[in-house]
Ligand binder design. Structure first.
Ligand code: MN
Length: 484
């Protein structure tokens, strides 16, 4: 398995931040930045260039960090692999999970301090990020709950709005946590839950793995770390949380209670509408001595990449099972790392790209547009993909459109013709979307003077440090001066 950066001790958030700081990749803001908008605005300016630490945000004693996993190379570095091996490494971890290792409470840093008398409006420095957000939001809260029937955990990141002193509303998409909640609610029971804030990049990434239900993502985190993840039992429930976490909010989802949540600026760079959502009753908070709070700036690179890498790994594995000639996939940033999939194919049959398109569109409801390209196109470079569409694609022949499929409810162009907003429709009508596939591959057999990409022999061998003269050439300057 992968060797994480400095593999003798498991990677923690603090060790990762120290690594960033020691290599000029951690900015520190002036103390006392405003929690409302200002903090998010500064972090957004530094997006994908530097992580940023905010001391005393809004005058709060707990500092905030943001943007520490906002580049693909950083995530690969945290895993101890090179960029091209990122998806393979993540896939390997999902296929070879490592059970966690439980620590006694007195050895778990995340339980060094226990706070029982909670006011969520002041206990933690929770920012308000975007212009029309309804309230402060926890955006990097890793939510852990147990299947009420099997006891197996689920780990996910859900946006959480602070509603009052001890209540928060969360968005539960129709996935595993939502299934657990429905099971508990059907029996009229609360669902115990932990919201974990301040985790290392590998555990954050593991939380986004696309797996079947009853597959504890903390075991994937262990595989990514190359060692079982140390966990500790919550004080108020049987939920196990990463012992190295900075902050843990313990609580329970209330059965048969809903409270308004939203609007909130989401990953597609649009707002989700206000709706009645499931409610967490907060019981207590535990944290390290001098904890660090993590916030993710919505729709910026940290947010997008967290979703993209696990999805790409899953999509690549899924496609390669049926099509061994698929070489690589990429969820483009312009497609908010969810909607646009680029597929690199070693094409051997004229019909193969369309089969790949059908499989890709069916593999996840978020995938809206698929572009299949040849091996000479870098799927990580949107300019090259556009070049392939410009020069290898004919719409009457190479375009595939499917009407009325299930798409992302967060895509504002789905379903809605009236402008009323998809959120006002019943769930079974939300997010109805067309799908499109573009075969931007050249023919299997082609005239090499027609379809060969122009190349300059020796380009890759040029070393500019030896090819260029040092400084300004005096003879050349003289030449320009003489000919006005
Ligand atoms: Mn899951």
């Amino acid at each position: 398995m992968a060797q994480p950066a400095n593999s003798n001790t498991p990677l923690t958030l603090r060790r990762w931040l120290s690594r960033l700081a020691n290599s000029g990749r951690l900015a520190v803001a002036r103390p006392g930045v405003d929690l409302k908008y200002q903090l998010a605005a500064i972090a957004k300016h530094l997006d994908a260039s530097k992580a940023v630490l905010f001391p005393h945000p809004g005058g709060h004693a707990i500092p905030i960090v943001s943007g520490f996993m906002a580049r693909r190379e950083w995530i690969a570095e945290a895993l101890g692999v090179s960029g091209p091996d990122l998806l393979k490494t993540f896939r390997g971890a999902t296929e070879n999970p490592l059970p966690w290792r439980e620590l006694p409470a007195d050895q778990a840093p995340c339980q060094q301090v226990v706070v029982r008398d909670i006011d969520m409006r002041t206990a933690l420095p929770i920012p308000t990020h975007s212009e029309h957000d309804s309230a402060p939001y926890i955006t990097a809260g890793v939510v852990i709950a147990r299947n009420p029937a099997t006891g197996i955990q689920n780990v996910s990141i859900n946006r959480i709005q602070v509603n009052s002193k001890d209540r928060m509303a969360a968005l539960l998409l129709p996935r595993h946590l939502h299934a657990f909640f429905q099971m508990a609610e059907k029996q009229g029971k609360p669902l115990p839950v932990a919201v974990v804030i301040g985790l290392d990049p590998l555990t954050m990434l593991a939380s986004q793995a696309i797996t079947p239900i009853d597959y504890d993502e903390l075991e994937i985190a262990g595989a990514l770390h190359g060692a079982p993840l140390p966990v500790v039992k919550c004080i108020t429930s049987d939920v196990r949380v990463p012992a190295q976490a900075e902050i843990v909010i313990e609580g329970h989802f209330l059965p048969n209670v809903r409270e308004p949540e939203g609007p909130f600026g989401e990953f597609p760079k649009y707002y989700s509408a206000k709706e009645n959502r499931e409610v967490i009753q907060v019981d207590l908070i535990t944290h390290r001595a001098n904890p660090i709070y993590h916030t993710i700036i919505p729709s910026e690179m940290e947010h997008l990449l967290l979703g993209a890498i696990p999805r790409e790994a899953t999509l690549l594995a899924h496609l390669q099972r049926s099509f061994p000639d698929v070489r690589d996939v990429h969820l483009s940033v312009g497609g908010v790392c969810r909607y646009h999939l680029y597929v690199k194919l070693h094409k051997q049959h004229e019909g193969a790209p369309k089969n790949v398109i059908c499989a890709a569109l069916g593999s996840h409801y978020d995938i809206k547009h698929v572009v299949v390209v040849d091996e000479d196109v870098d799927v990580h470079d949107p300019r090259q993909v556009e070049w392939a569409v410009a020069t290898r694609f004919q719409a009457d022949r190479d375009l595939l459109v499917i009407a009325g499929a299930q798409g992302s409810t967060l895509d504002p162009s789905t379903t809605v013709a009236s402008g009323a907003g998809a959120k006002h429709l019943p769930r079974h009508l939300q997010g109805i979307s067309a799908k499109m596939g573009l075969d931007a591959t050249r023919p299997v057999q082609y005239n090499e003077h027609v379809f060969t990409k122009v190349a300059i022999p020796g380009y890759d061998q040029v070393d500019l440090s030896t090819a260029l003269a040092e400084g300004v050439d005096a003879e050349a300057l003289k030449l320009f001066a003489q000919t006005p």
